[in-house]
Each structure stands twice: as C-alpha cells, then as structure tokens.
Design a binder for this molecule. Sequence first.
Ligand SMILES: *[C@@H]1O[C@H](CO)[C@@H](O)[C@H](O)[C@H]1NC(C)=O
Length: 326
Amino acid sequence: MRTSLFSRRTIRQGAMSAVGSAKMKLMFGCCVLLTLIALASRTTSYGGWKQYAVYPRGSSLPRKGYTLLINTWKRNDLLKQSISHYASCPGLDSIHIVWSEPNPPSESLINFLNHVIKLNSKDGWKVELRFDINKEDSLNNRFKEIKDLKSDVVFSIDDDIIFPCATVEFAFSVWQSAPDTMVGFVPRIHWVDKSKNGQDAFIYSGWWSVWWTGTYSMILSKAAFFHKKYLSTYTYEMPSSIREYVTKNRNCEDIAMSFLVANATGAPPIWVKGSIFEIGSSGISSLGGHTERRSECVNRFVAEYGGMPLVSTSVKAVDSRFCWFW
Ligand SMILES: *[C@@H]1O[C@H](CO)[C@@H](O)[C@H](O)[C@H]1NC(C)=O
C-alpha cells in the first residue's frame, strides 16, 4: 500500500533533511526491531484482541462512542464493504455518509446498509445510519457541521481504507485522553523550504519523509478522530477563502483541517500505530505534481493564518499490550 502514498520527490526531500543524524540511525535500528516484533506478533489472531475490547459486547456501561464519518464518491461496492466492516466494531454510535453524487443513494444501497447494521446491532445497541446529501460537489462537504450528533467525536474515514476494530478502538481511547487533538493513522510533515532563504516558505512531504525522520506535523483526515466542534469551526469560523480554495482546487481539505486544529490547540496531533488495509485503488496521491500542489496549499494557508500553526512531534501512540520488551 505504501507505493501509493509517496512520490519520488518526497524521498529526495526526506533524505536531504535527515542526512547525517545519528538519531536517524537509531530510529532505523528501532524500525528493524519493530518490524521483527510486528512479524512475531502476527500470530496473535483478532480473536485474541476481542477479549480486551474497550466496549465488550453485552456490557451495561453507559455508552459514549464515536461517529463514523465516511466520505464516498461513486464507489458503492467499497462503501458497502467498509460499512459492513465498521458496523461490527464496538463503540460505534452512528454512521454518517457524506454523499455528494448528483443522484441520491439508491434504495437497494440503503436497504443493504440498514440490513448490515441490523445484523451487527446486538444487545440493544442501535447504530444510526444517516446520509448527508449535498447538492454541491465540494471537498468541504466532508466537514459540514452535523446537527444533533450523539457522540462528541467523529472518526473521519475514506471509503477505501479499513482498520481492524481493535485498532480503531485503540485510537478512540487515545483520543479520549486528548479530546482536543487530532488522532489518527496517516501522518505527514512540512519542512522549511531552504531554497527560498529568508522567506517563510514550506514544503509538504509524504510518507517516506515521516518514516525516515520519525517526525510529523499533520494527521490526514482520511483516517482520524477529532472532536465534532471542529466541524462547525471549519464551516463557520475558518476563513472562507480557505474553503473556496479547497473547492476550486479539489484538494487540501485535510491540510486545512490540520491547520485549524493546530491553530486551536497550539499542539501537535497524535499518530497512532495501526495496520491499514486498502480496499480500492488509490487515486489522487499517486498522480504527478501531487507534492507540489500540496506544498502550494500549505504556503497559501500559512499566509491566511499569518504564520505557521502546525507543530511537529515524534510521539507515536502504541498499544502497550503488544509491546513485549518494555
Ligand atoms: C487561530 O486561533 C485564534 C485563537 O483561537 C483565533 O482568534 C483565530 O481566528 C484563528 N485563526 C484562523 C485563521 O482561524
């Protein structure tokens, strides 16, 4: 899956900014070690995870879960697949599907999803299913305010990636300990553009750069928990010029959300370790010119904010039950 998440350009940038540091060598050693640990722990089945679920089935604890906020576009088969999966996750309160297609969702799709949800809602939990139908096709749609939401937090997700329920629950519990922060699985980093000396210019960098340096400053909303209050901040308080830019360029709504949360908290997001399963072919990030366009967004948003709000960090949240040595 990694091949779709980086471009050649970002490898070079990552290399330039990290060469010569002993810390990096140490990191690399750690990576090798972690890989070995990961391979060794493959033998643990998901059945083993279930026992420790934060919300065991049949628990009579008052429920305060999360809302799945899923963005989809003309890929009903992927949508069915991912909803079928997430509907089985404990802790799920409701499902909101952001729908921006010209035609409304078909009756057969709605029936299928309702059926899947019903199959999974045992023990009196009733997961609510809602379509948020949009007239305009804009990437801002995925961050529209949701009225009368039961839960405080949304798990924002693309329709083509799946995480095991245990991973989602773990990220949810990380978010509970830092409810103002963005918590998720896909980190990205920005660098100061040294070629433009003196000026405040930045470069957006992809997965390899994060992997190489262990540092990140953004968590992409394709797989992230964040407080629902940021939806209304995005829609009503963020400068409208940013929303217009996102609509016009069909890109960077996720960077805009990262800026917004960083500006509100003055703190970095939290990257959670988890395995990603991609179920569709990846689109935009494998297209040429992607990194340049993303850097343009970063610089544009910095101008709007009158400074760089993003904060870098190298903290990574790991489930300690699966760390064997310390
Ligand atoms: C950033 O946060 C400050 C303080 O909360 C707020 O006043 C300001 O409007 C925010 N900036 C933008 C561009 O949203």
